[in-house]
Design a binder for this molecule. Structure first.
Ligand code: MF3
Ligand code: CO
Length: 244
């Protein structure tokens, strides 16, 4: 799982380096796919079919008011956009999954703040991923960072366990509500923690492509994700690029 997540981190680094005004999201998809195959892994999302509609591409690219699961196309990135890059691979039967949101060229300081806070919410959640805590400790920490900054957390999607499948139990919600399943965290568990944070309402809609989730009010959304392992020494961020 370490190697699977490291491949995701390496591919995301390449994608972030390729982001510039004028590049199409299909070009990013092709970079992700070829870079993955070169490393002896395969894309995890392509062909994934949790419901009625199969996911057709390797990468999820979500621009501006798109929250998650944007499908690569001939659309070009432009200056002032923010772009969420969400990527997963399978390596020797094990999955890795991570996401980052980055600016395209210069964006307003208020937009940079949304990106910063969403990343901070992820790291606050990761800090709670310790033996003896429960899922809700992660959820609460994520929610608190986002809401204290004046933003909302998306409640219609959650993080998840990850391992020999992309989505395993337990679910890792980005908010807390009484009565939700709240298992204890155990050594050896691997979780994908993935806050989606909105400038405005948490309400969302799904576009007619069956995948793209957009904010109901058209305001911006950001998404950061890491695959992390719970060890006796605390959380290990598997999808953070190791120093090379
Ligand atoms: N990181 C996202 C998730 O865990 C990506 C899934 S895209 C899909 O839900 F196509 F595989 F669904
Ligand atoms: Co995920």
């Amino acid at each position: 799982m370490r190697r699977a997540s490291q491949i995701v981190a390496e591919v995301l680094d390449e994608l972030v380096a390729a982001v510039r005004p004028g590049i199409t999201t299909d070009e990013l998809d092709r970079i992700a796919e070829s870079s993955t195959l070169k490393r002896g892994a395969r894309p995890a999302f392509k062909g994934y079919k949790p419901g009625d509609v199969v996911y057709p591409k390797s990468l999820c690219v979500s621009i501006n008011e798109e929250i998650v699961h944007g499908i690569p196309s001939s659309r070009k990135l432009k200056t002032g956009d923010i772009v969420g890059l969400d990527y997963g691979v399978v390596y020797q039967g094990f999955y890795g999954d991570a996401a980052r949101t980055v600016p395209v060229g210069d964006v307003p300081e208020a937009t940079m703040r949304l990106l910063r806070v969403t990343r901070e919410a992820l790291y606050a959640g990761i800090a709670q991923a310790r033996v003896g805590n429960r899922i809700a400790d992660i959820s609460r920490a994520v929610q608190e960072v986002a809401e204290k900054a004046g933003y909302s957390v998306v409640t219609d999607f959650a993080g998840h366990g990850i391992g020999r499948r992309l989505h395993e139990d337990p679910q890792v919600p980005n908010y807390f509500r009484r009565g939700m399943p709240n298992p204890r965290l155990q050594e050896g568990m691997v979780l994908a923690i993935e806050p989606m944070v909105n400038e405005g309402t948490a309400d969302l809609e799904i576009l007619s492509d069956g995948w793209t989730a957009v904010t109901a009010d058209g305001k911006l959304s950001a998404h950061f994700e890491h695959s992390i392992a719970i060890t006796s020494n605390g959380p290990e961020i598997l999808s953070e690029r190791a120093n090379v």
